[in-house]
Write a protein that binds this ligand. Structure first.
Ligand code: FAD
Ligand code: DHB
Length: 389
């Protein structure tokens, strides 16, 4: 079997890249380790930058997000028992859109199906070969049978634990990492959101986030220790802890109900440089991870795909390798902006177990500076809505 581009991984990066290439007439095959249902069942990101929404539009999958996505012109930061609004639209002229990663994935899967483009799900033992030479190939098994795909390029869109980054020789890669000593316990519930906008909470009991998926579906998170076990968090314990981190008025308005999903995510910052090795290009979580506090992971995956798809289209249309050669540096410039912002938001809002009393006071001063200074709020808002491409 031969294709122009073999894409490893059918998360948002792989599916969006596949869709943009398909529309440009470039033949791409997606190879995914899990089933389509499993991929759709992962509850993750919820906040899209305008640039990401625009890219979905250019990929021909912008219709449902335009109809059902919730436009948010601001969010609240709650600390010291008071909510303070960050007015994104007034400060930057831009907004964000709340629309679940599950829905983005579903729209892309549907578009792929109706275009007749092929995705191989449940592929076992996926491996990538010869990407340092002119004839890369991807091998895998389906139902025990071995397959090999020859291609011009491999796109490693297989997430943090994927095979592509791990197949690059260790001495060709520089890795930067910070693991945080806490995680997020998240709950999804069919209850109306406590507020029409997101609330990012700094409290003595730790960080919390009130988010949503729709006017009838809420997503809440509380900071937890890494030793926490999700089975020890019945719904009643979760709701009690969340309320304890909110101010009395907000806690009083919280509608609770049975959870429909509950999971713990660790927090990590990670970057692998460069993002290209010969004919292998990494995109999304395969190359970098941000802690979720700044809502940047999915948006960074989209920005990588924006640069990579344009570079591949340019190559197939004109033979120019300029975009391919510039890909890693372009993507990484944006990645490090998001890494800095996500690291800063994480330190601003979480209880820092290793920080001690001094860092708690500095954190409080930083929060008060945000309330006092429009310039400080503008910097926060600019990063949150996303820097223009
Ligand atoms: P993934 O979604 O990880 O997809 C990779 C795919 O590759 C998977 O389907 C996997 O099964 C497949 N795969 C892995 N190994 C192989 C293999 N060997 N062979 C074949 N396939 C393989 N981001 C935001 O922008 N905003 C948010 O609000 C936000 N909130 C988040 C909240 C939480 C709790 C978490 C955990 C993440 C959040 N993120 C957020 C981050 C966002 O979900 C990720 O950055 C995004 O999923 C990255 O997409 P991806 O396609 O690069 O990787
Ligand atoms: C959500 C997740 C985030 O990490 C964030 O910063 C905002 C919202 C969410 O899942 O809704």
């Amino acid at each position: 079997m031969r294709v122009q581009v073999a894409i490893v991984g059918a998360g948002p990066s792989g599916l969006l890249l596949g869709q943009l290439l398909q529309r440009a007439g470039i033949d791409a095959l997606i190879i995914e380790r899990r089933s389509a249902e499993y991929v759709l069942g992962r509850i993750r990101a919820g906040v899209l930058e305008q640039g990401t929404v625009d890219l979905l539009g250019r990929a021909g999958v912008g219709e449902r997000v335009a109809r059902e996505g919730l436009v948010h012109d601001g969010f609240d930061v709650l600390f010291g028992g008071q909510r303070h609004r960050v007015n994104l639209s007034a400060l930057t002229g831009r907004h964000v859109v709340v629309y679940g990663q599950t829905e983005v994935t579903r729209d892309l899967m549907d578009a792929r199906l109706s275009a007749g483009a092929s995705t191989i799900y449940d592929a076992a033992d996926v491996s990538v070969h010869d990407f340092d030479a002119d004839h890369p190939r991807v091998r895998f098994r389906v139902d025990g049978a071995a397959h090999e795909v020859a291609c011009d390029f491999i796109a490693g869109c297989d997430g943090f634990h994927g095979v592509c980054r791990q197949s690059v020789p260790a001495d060709a890669l520089r890795q930067f990492e910070r693991v945080y000593p806490f995680g997020w316990l998240g709950v999804l519930s069919d209850t109306p959101p406590v507020s029409h906008e997101l609330i990012y909470v700094n409290s003595p009991r730790g960080f919390a986030l009130c988010s949503m998926r729709s006017p009838t579906r809420s997503r809440y998170y509380v900071q937890c220790s890494l030793s926490e076990n999700v089975d020890e968090w019945p719904d009643s314990r979760f709701w009690t802890e969340l309320k304890a981190r909110l101010d009395p008025a907000t806690a009083g308005g919280l509608v609770t109900g049975p959870s429909i999903e509950k999971s713990i995510a660790p927090l990590r910052s990670f970057v692998a440089e460069p993002m290209r090795f010969g004919r292998l290009f990494l995109a999304g979580d395969a190359a970098h991870i941000v802690p979720p506090t700044g809502a940047k992971g999915l948006n960074l995956a989209a920005s990588d795909v924006h640069y990579l798809s344009s570079a591949l289209v340019e190559f197939y249309q004109s033979g120019s390798r300029a975009g391919l050669d510039a890909y890693s540096a372009r993507a990484l410039a944006r990645v490090w902006q998001a890494e800095r912002f996500s690291w800063w938001m994480t330190h601003l809002l979480h209880e820092l177990p290793e920080g001690g009393a001094f860092s708690a006071r500095v954190q409080r001063a930083e929060l008060e500076y945000l309330v006092a200074s429009q310039a400080a709020r503008t910097a926060l808002a600019e990063n949150y809505v996303g820097l223009p491409y």
